[in-house]
Design a protein around this ligand. Structure first.
Ligand SMILES: Cc1cc2nc3c(=O)[nH]c(=O)nc-3n(C[C@H](O)[C@H](O)[C@H](O)COP(=O)(O)O)c2cc1C
Length: 188
């Protein structure tokens, strides 16, 4: 079984972010044939269509990285019942110039997280809505809403909660199947 490279995009920029810790922890799980690399989005300027005359280097770098990605996995917190602005900005940057969206036809999964019990439900569905609009095939099921994030990691950022690790491993197993299904549908 050949490895599939998954580009991980986290919706939080802070150093001790639980979403970022989860993004890093993915590589340590017994995921079936997936490798992970985190793509940073913190250096993207706010989207401004005027920039398209001579796009900032960060736009070009980001667009190229998404275009080259085999699959995408979003790990995001919830900000005020929606997705963080940096994440929405990244989606907007990738979606332009008109007719050249690098999201078109990509395959993705979404994991939302929160410090409370609700697991970022609002962010999760706001993100799905935007991804649908740019024609990204988001895995419908299983859904990953992960709550109580501070209790899941030790001081080094290791994912120590066994039931969460098992859940995310199952999620990744389904994600691998989802990616292969999308690939075979694209070929046929
Ligand atoms: C601006 C802001 C808005 C937030 N809004 C929500 C929210 O709507 N729902 C929620 O569960 N947590 C909310 N939180 C708390 C986050 O879940 C918490 O700060 C989390 O640790 C942020 O993710 P991170 O650890 O990946 O940085 C908010 C935090 C910030 C900074």
């Amino acid at each position: 079984m050949s490895n599939i490279g998954v580009t991980v995009i986290t919706g939080s920029l802070r150093k001790e972010s639980f979403s970022r810790k989860m993004g890093r922890a993915l590589a340590g799980l017994p995921a079936p044939g997936l490798t992970f690399s985190i793509l940073e989005i913190g250096d993207l300027p706010h989207y401004n269509e005027d920039y398209e005359v001579d796009p900032p280097a960060a736009f070009t770098r980001f667009r190229s990285a998404i275009a080259a990605s085999e699959a995408l996995l979003f790990v995001t917190p919830e900000f005020n019942r929606g997705m963080p602005g940096v994440l929405k900005n990244a989606i907007d940057v990738g979606s332009r110039p008109w007719g050249k969206s690098v999201w078109n036809g990509k395959t993705a999964g979404v994991i939302s997280m929160s410090t409370g019990p609700i697991g970022g439900f609002g962010a999760h569905h706001a993100l799905r809505q935007s991804l649908m609009s740019v024609n990204v095939a988001v895995m419908p099921h299983p859904e990953a809403y992960i709550g109580n994030s501070p209790s899941l990691f030790d001081g080094d950022g290791t994912l120590i909660d066994r039931s969460c690790a098992d859940f995310v491993t199952g999620f990744l197993t389904s994600f691998r199947t989802w990616i292969e299904k999308q690939r075979s549908e694209t070929r046929s």
